[in-house]
Design a protein around this ligand. Structure first.
Ligand code: C2O
Ligand code: CU
Length: 493
């Protein structure tokens, strides 16, 4: 649209060097956030949004942004927040940047005013204290900025963290943080000659980096000390789509998708993960084994030059798993898992169709003052998403979990998991059974949008409110929005 598109034809190949830094959370200082339970039983976290610098490439200081809880000192990424179903949580956030940001809880089911989308700006120097109750199954969620038009730039500078939810289910799985249950945050970056992150020269999907960072570490390895290891994968890239595989075709088992566990584990050798998607996988290792997690070419029905430009033919080494000579036993591989029941179409109260094309949803770009869709609290709807564009997009819906309903089927396919973000190849359609939250607020919208962050910034986003089911027809469709107050104040493009 307004920005120029760079198309690289040569596939990039990135190899691990022989001596590489470890990404074990204990070695890299990538810890769980500290929290305190106050007198009212609320679990309270503190996060400051800060600017600083970090060394990714040896000897090169890169200016970065990050979240700190005061103890975790790095200014890139943020600590992992963790809470249990049934708990009430509050996060005291201070924006120490010199521009507006927001903190969005991606995948969280919570009232719209705590969601952290573009309607909850935190001005420079200001604080924000969202509070909510955890009322959803165990999942690997995450947090990132969402200021209108600035999400790609702020995320690229380093604003990303994880938020784990526990519910006591499936307790036979490996679950020792950083030991046999490892966060894996996948990002790609390019650097300019002074070591700064490049924020221009986009492919059709957005900014693509030639350097992979895993948990903020360039050229990483993970020391594995147990025979079974659980990797919680997050694609926190702004545009890159990963097609994950091990270099030797080692099999792994998918146990969870974005919003919770699968009903049964799925053994595979390949896993496609688009920006914002998560997956939890179990990997069995042998003594003294070296396993390289890679990204291999993907095909999303786009013409070859565009596929090449979007990284679809890249072979990327992401992470080397290094097992010691005598790995310890840990957890076991269950065949069945506990998860939320499958949605059937007889529960559906409304059907809607959304078309993705160019940078638009149903022919329109995001408008902060326009409510595009109004849904009933606690209801289930069937959303058909049609990607009529000649490029891939994905769709993320705030505040919900959904299941995918195959064409012609009358219930969701439980094996495809509980999701909040779904990838669509060029020309593809999917049907989603979307379970909406109980939180009513006719004046505060949630977002649904393409999670390729450049597309989102360019307006490939829309807004919905959740209201009393009998007020769906009469709820407001426009909002009074103070644009000056919401703008991050940066020109881009
Ligand atoms: Cu991960 Cu609207 O965001
Ligand atoms: Cu898109």
């Amino acid at each position: 649209m307004h920005c120029s598109v760079a198309s690289t034809t040569a596939p990039r190949l990135i190899r691990s060097l022989p001596s590489t830094p470890s990404i074990s959370p204990t070695d890299s200082g990538y810890p769980l956030a500290q929290s305190e339970v106050d007198a009212d039983g609320v679990r309270v976290f503190q996060l400051s949004v800060i600017a600083g610098s970090a060394e990714f490439l040896p000897g090169v200081a890169t200016p970065t942004w990050g979240y700190t809880d005061g103890r975790y000192g790095a200014s890139y990424l943020g600590p992992t927040l963790r809470a249990a179903r049934g708990e009430r949580v509050r996060v005291l956030i201070e924006n120490r940047l010199s521009e507006i940001t927001t903190v969005h809880w991606h995948g969280m089911h919570l009232p719209a005013h705590s969601d952290g989308g573009p309607h909850q700006p935190i001005a420079a120097g200001e604080r924000w204290q969202p509070e909510w109750s955890i009322e959803q199954p165990a999942a690997t969620l995450w947090y990132h900025p969402h200021p209108h038009g600035e999400t790609e730039a702020q995320t690229t500078r380093g604003l990303t963290g994880l938020f784990y939810l526990d519910d006591g289910s499936n307790s036979e799985l490996p679950r020792r943080y950083g030991i046999d249950d490892i966060p894996i945050i996948l990002q790609d970056r390019s650097f300019d000659s002074r070591g700064r992150f490049l924020l221009r020269d986009r492919a059709v999907t957005g900014l693509l980096g030639d350097t992979i960072l895993v948990n903020g570490t360039y050229n990483p390895h993970l020391p594995v000390t147990t025979r079974l290891v659980r990797l919680r994968l997050l694609n926190a890239s702004t545009a890159r789509i990963y097609h994950l595989a091990f270099a030797d075709e080692h099999e792994f088992a998918v146990i969870a998708t974005d919003c919770g566990f699968l009903p049964a584990l799925r053994r595979t050798r390949r896993l496609l993960l688009s920006p914002a998607e998560r997956a939890e996988v179990l990997v069995e290792v042998r003594p003294s084994e070296r396993l390289v997690l890679r990204s291999v070419p993907w095909d999303l029905d786009m013409i070859t030059p565009l596929t090449n430009g979007a990284g679809g033919n890249d072979h990327l080494d992401l992470l080397q798993l290094r097992t010691g000579p005598s790995p310890a036993p840990s957890g076991r591989v269950p065949e069945q898992l506990d998860t939320a029941p499958t949605v059937t179409l007889d529960r559906v109260v409304a059907r809607r169709t959304f078309q993705l094309d160019g940078r638009e949803i149903n022919g329109q770009q995001m408008e902060m003052s326009r409510i595009d869709t109004v849904v009933g609290a606690g209801t289930t709807e069937l959303w058909t998403i049609q990607n009529t564009h000649n490029q891939p997009h994905n769709l993320h819906i705030h505040g919900v979990a959904f299941q995918i309903v195959p064409d012609g089927a009358t219930s969701a396919d439980p094996g495809l998991g509980w999701k909040d973000t779904v990838l669509l190849a060029a020309g593809e359609s999917v049907r989603l059974a979307v379970a909406f939250p109980p939180y009513r607020d006719p004046l505060t919208p949630y977002m649904y949008h393409c999670h390729l962050m450049w597309h989102e910034d360019e307006g490939m986003m829309a807004q919905f409110t959740v209201v009393d089911p009998d007020q769906v027809g009469t709820a407001p469709r426009t909002l009074d929005v103070d644009h000056d107050h919401l703008a991050a104040g940066h020109d881009h493009g």
